[in-house]
Write a protein that binds this ligand. Structure first.
Ligand code: ZN
Length: 308
């Protein structure tokens, strides 16, 4: 082989960087070390990756991803990992710098990358950004599962068939879940299909299953609700005689209780219809500690709350 060609090949190989080195090592049958941000992503990676992956989730039950900052321990986990899956669309707003920096050293994947942009919502209060709460449209979330499948297969082609099989069986479960949510939602008469919560996590849910959604804090919990927001939401609830509002597991119930109080002073009584899982799943080992379980819990709570 001519010397120049050898030099060129060596140069090309040297340019591949640490990500490719890790991708090569994963081929040797080692378990793939995955770090995921929110629980819904951890769950999907575990389902698709099976025994081939070891998943460390950064954000547990009740943790708000909009406000979450990476700890020292998280940084070490990220640096040790083979691949990092995150939501993207500014969901992990306070981790943007860390994720950007680590992307130079580790394989990183936003699970929303393959979602068709025309299916993403851009509500006015998000000021031109996409709404990141895509997991509440179960069909849309299937794109995230496919993205995880494809990235794992690229990192570890030897197990690609396993990832395809696992993903196919999980996607079948998600199709059944999507049908369940649609069926349950239809039990609520159309004019009563209103979800009032503390922050705007449910826009995708609303679009997919036919609910009007009213939140207090806008897209991210980082923006505090003002007194004017509380009053205008209270007026809406009293005028529409909405029977129930909902609290969320990862957001303080204080704001929605303030709304309840303001509604009462307008001569209407709105119940707290229950607690919804919005940006985090329930405790591990409980039904709500999985994506399927949290979505079922939410629709059951919403339908039960609105039907009284
Ligand atoms: Zn949120």
């Amino acid at each position: 082989m001519p010397k120049l060609l050898v030099a060129l090949i060596l140069l090309l190989l040297a340019g591949c960087g640490p990500v490719e080195v890790r991708e090569q090592r994963a081929l040797d049958g080692e378990t793939i070390q995955v770090v995921a941000t929110i629980g819904m992503i951890s769950d999907a990676v575990e389902r698709v990756g099976g025994d081939r992956v070891e998943v460390e989730g950064l954000m547990g039950p009740g943790v708000d991803p909009h406000l979450y900052k990476a700890s020292e321990g998280d940084l070490r986990r990220l640096e040790r990992s083979d691949v990092i899956f995150f939501g993207g669309l500014h969901l992990e707003a306070k981790m943007a710098d860390v994720l950007e920096r680590i992307s130079g050293q580790r394989a990183t994947q936003a699970v929303t990358d393959a979602m068709p942009r025309d299916r993403l919502l851009t509500p006015a209060q998000f000021q031109g950004q996409f709404d990141p709460h895509v997991w509440f449209d179960v069909e849309l979330w299937s794109f995230a599962v496919e993205q995880i499948r494809d990235r794992l297969a690229a990192l570890d082609p030897g197990s690609a068939e396993l990832y395809r099989e696992n993903a196919a069986s999980y996607l079948t479960e998600l199709e059944a879940l999507d049908r369940y949510v649609a069926e349950q939602s239809r039990r609520v008469p159309a004019r009563q299909r209103v979800i009032v919560t503390a922050h705007d996590a449910f826009n995708y849910f609303g679009r997919a299953y036919g609910f009007e959604v009213r939140g207090l804090q806008g897209i991210s919990t980082a923006a505090e609700a003002g007194a004017g927001d509380v009053q205008s939401l209270a007026r809406f609830i009293a005028e529409r005689r909405i029977p129930a509002a909902f609290v969320e597991s990862s957001v303080s119930p204080r704001t929605i209780e303030a709304v309840q109080e303001a509604v009462r002073s307008r001569g209407w009584n709105v119940r707290i219809g229950g607690s919804l899982f919005s940006d985090a799943m329930g405790s591990p080992g409980t039904p709500e500690g999985t994506y399927v379980g949290m979505v079922r819990h939410n629709v059951d709570t919403i339908v039960g709350g609105l039907l009284g």
